[in-house]
Design a protein around this ligand. Structure first.
Ligand SMILES: Cc1cc2nc3c(=O)[nH]c(=O)nc-3n(C[C@H](O)[C@H](O)[C@H](O)COP(=O)(O)OP(=O)(O)OC[C@H]3O[C@@H](n4cnc5c(N)ncnc54)[C@H](O)[C@@H]3O)c2cc1C
Length: 464
């Protein structure tokens, strides 16, 4: 059972790597989990904890019949450690699953470091031996030396874009004479703080934003280079450049909100979401940006309610590394050329925290199967996990862009099913039910069902 040649190397103790390590270890195999933090940082992470969330604290919607919920339900079915600890560290966020990030990461670190099958090596991994079983989950900010090694292995070089971090403000510096608590359409209590804007407020903000000075983007040799953004996570200054009203139809959309001072929908609104249970830190939702810090302060303080806001963290931009998976991966997340090497998480070409966990789970299952001499398996196409893996293996390699879980990624319904479900919400319900049932059947038929009796006691780390 403990044959060293069958020990699984997991490179990166982020969301995907932590889940992969757990899935391998709970199948009775030994894991070497390489994590370079805190000795070496990525630029976005701030602690040495495993599974640190680098930006938002939200794992997206947990509402019935949504695509993000389907992915979470599949993680629950697969016995995911991370989804279980996320639920235990949840903070109020309406219909979304948001977590107290410190508590979540501390709990994952504690669970993995106390697991008898897992050895955590706090060092940078930069050599991959394709004869050993490896799960590469080094994330979008994989170290340079490892990126070079991956390029050597994959033959793919220079595929990158930029991603962004939203600013965080201190809760007691928000002016609640102007800002008000409410969720859109009154759904989900008052977990959000809203800063309403009149047309004049919006114009003043827009005019300042459009001329604010950005931080120049640099490549690894330090030379300036043009930015290539991920469409799903554009910085506000880039959105503003696309048109005066683009922000009003994006992160500053006022729909579903009523300003209690006027009784009307504002012209635009900025939303802030609670960062943790201490109610002292708020994330400005969708406000990732790459402006110089002084400029950010000047522009963001033009938002009514944030005139005197103190910033715990300013928005930032980061390099994002990912492989061209349609050329390189199978749906099992194994490399076509090196079947003992698997990829998981953002570096495999997916995008999002929960997506990283799900690909970590699938890679972990398959790494364990390789070690046990079993055939590797692909998750069903109807499931959210299977759709992600299908996308990775089959997307157009020439224009490959990382993807989130959405209904668009799931296979469409048959003509008959569509006839019976005329409303979009009904079609979504059918897609979700079909996906979850296929996923459960797949786990059972492949002998990978998670038995709740075998679930060990994992203490949740107490909040500070
Ligand atoms: C700045 C930024 C903001 C983001 N914001 C969000 C968001 O708000 N919501 C969302 O859903 N997604 C967000 N993402 C996208 C993505 O979901 C996260 O990056 C997520 O953490 C990816 O999980 P992962 O496990 O693939 O990588 P990570 O969580 O980054 O884990 C990778 C780990 O590998 C380690 N590592 C790297 N190289 C080595 C090496 N050579 N040896 C050993 N260890 C190494 C790193 O230290 C890190 O701990 C963001 C990404 C970035 C870059």
């Amino acid at each position: 059972m403990n044959d060293p040649a069958q020990t699984v190397n997991v490179i990166g103790g982020g969301l995907a790597g932590s889940e992969a390590a757990w899935q391998v270890a709970r199948r009775g195999l030994q894991v070497r989990l390489f994590e370079m933090r805190p000795l070496q940082t990525t630029g976005a992470h701030r602690t040495g904890d495993l599974a640190e969330l680098v930006c938002s604290n939200s794992l997206k919607s947990d509402e019935q019949n949504t695509a993000p919920r389907l992915l979470k339900d599949e993680l629950r079915e697969g016995g995911s450690l991370l989804i279980r600890l996320a639920e235990a560290a949840a903070v109020p966020a309406g219909g979304a699953l948001a977590v107290d990030r410190e508590r979540f990461a501390a709990s994952v670190s504690e669970a993995l470091s106390s697991h008898p099958n897992i050895e955590i090596r706090r060092q940078e991994a930069f050599h991959i031996n394709p004869d050993e079983i490896n799960v590469i989950a080094a994330g979008p900010l994989a170290s340079r030396a490892l990126s070079k090694e991956i390029s050597r292995l994959t033959g793919v070089d220079g595929l990158y874009f930029y991603d962004a971090i939203s600013p965080v403000v201190e809760g007691d510096t928000i002016n609640f004479e102007t800002a008000f608590r409410a969720a859109r359409y009154g759904k989900g209590g008052d977990d959000y703080v809203n800063c309403p804007m009149s047309r004049d407020d919006y114009d003043r903000f827009y005019d300042a934003l459009i001329i604010a000075e950005a931080v120049p983007a640099h490549n690894q040799s330090g030379n300036e280079e043009p930015e290539k953004y991920f469409e799903g996570c554009l910085p506000i200054e880039e959105l503003a450049r696309r048109g005066r009203d683009t922000l009003r139809f994006g992160p500053m959309k006022p729909v579903g909100l009523e300003d209690p001072r006027t009784g009307r929908e504002p012209y635009a609104a900025v939303q802030l979401r609670l960062e943790n249970l201490m109610a002292d830190a708020y994330n400005i939702v969708g406000f990732q940006c790459h402006l110089k810090y002084g400029e950010q302060k000047r522009v963001l303080q033009l938002i009514p309610g944030l005139e005197r806001a103190e910033f715990i963290r300013f928005g930032q931009m980061h390099r994002n590394t990912f492989i061209c998976s349609p050329r390189l991966l199978r749906e099992t997340l194994q490399m076509k050329a090196h079947p003992r090497v698997l990829f998981a998480g953002q570096i495999s070409g997916i995008e999002g925290y929960t997506e990283a966990m799900a690909t970590g789970m699938l890679a972990g299952i398959n790494a364990a199967r390789i070690a046990h001499g079993l055939e590797t398996i692909a998750a069903p196409r109807e499931s959210a996990t299977g759709s992600l893996a299908f996308y990775l293996a089959n997307a157009d390699a020439r224009n490959f862009q990382p993807a989130n879980t959405t209904f668009a990624l799931l296979p469409p319904l048959s003509a008959d099913d569509r006839k019976q479900s005329r409303r979009k919400t009904d079609r979504h319900r059918v897609q979700v039910e079909r996906g979850l049932s296929a996923f459960r059947d797949w786990l059972r038929q492949s002998g990978e069902s998670f038995s709740r009796q075998s679930w060990p006691q994992i203490p949740l780390v107490a909040a500070e």
